[in-house]
Write a protein that binds this ligand. Structure first.
Ligand SMILES: [Zn+2]
Ligand SMILES: [Zn+2]
Length: 235
């Protein structure tokens, strides 16, 4: 064992490494437990550009969103579901790093030809962010932007607090976020990425994409760590 490894090993004994998905204590220098590694639901190509699901899972009759396309590396199931829930409680940089790397790989694979100019993220209100201490969508967007060599933009803001989307029925969600987002200045970018941790109905993404376009953007590609599988739309 090298000296550096020995140091890391000692550190891990004092602060044990935890699985980035389920938070169980795991072996030092590992990222996830075996059970979680075996419970990942990757969205493999070919995927539907409009709902982001694998083509065989696609249920979209028509494209009715303000964003132009959706990319996500995972379905919101199993380990990834736990991992995304965990990300709302702990801003674990290893988890952020892992998801951002998978998101970056997915966007590079699906849209290598779109000349993205900036990365935006779905914002929280100042009060909500103060309470939590961070916005996980912003953390993911920052890492994705770094990996793609693009600027991270903070011009999208949340104007007022809304009821948590997951507490509402699907049909209530669009109305809940209507008018909740604003943009602080005219935008010069044509093609942008809009990052969130999770896409369910896409209501928040839609509202944010609508605002970005009102302020000058031409195309918005939604990029999330995970999306709800078509049969689990009510989660
Ligand atoms: Zn685990
Ligand atoms: Zn589809």
């Amino acid at each position: 064992m090298k000296l550096r490894d020995a140091g890391e090993y000692l550190l891990c004994m004092v602060f044990p490494e935890r699985c980035i998905f389920c938070n169980e204590v795991i072996e030092p220098l590992h990222l996830a437990c075996d059970a979680c590694m075996a419970d990942m639901h990757l969205i493999l190509p070919p995927s539907c550009p409009y709902c982001g699901c694998h083509e065989q899972d696609c249920r979209c009759a028509e494209h009715r969103h303000c964003y132009d396309n959706v990319v996500a590396p995972f379905y919101y199931k199993g380990a990834v579901r736990s991992g995304i829930l965990r990300l709302t409680k702990w801003d674990d940089p290893r988890a952020v790093d892992y998801f951002a790397a998978q998101m970056t790989a997915a966007i590079r694979r699906e849209y290598p030809d779109i000349p993205f100019e900036a990365v935006f993220y779905v914002p929280m209100t100042k009060g909500d962010q103060r309470e939590r201490g961070y916005n996980q969508s912003q953390l993911l967007a920052r890492e994705v932007a770094k990996r793609l060599g693009l600027p991270l933009q903070h011009h999208l803001i949340k104007l007022y607090q809304t009821a948590p989307q997951k507490q509402l029925k699907l049909w209530q969600r669009q109305g809940n976020v209507l008018g909740a987002f604003g943009v602080t200045q005219l935008l010069e970018e044509s093609h942008v990425l809009l990052v969130d941790d999770l896409l369910t109905t896409g209501a928040s993404m839609d509202e944010c994409a609508k605002m970005l376009k009102l302020y000058g953007v031409t195309t918005v590609t939604a990029l999330t760590a995970a999306l709800t599988p078509p049969d689990k739309g009510d989660e």
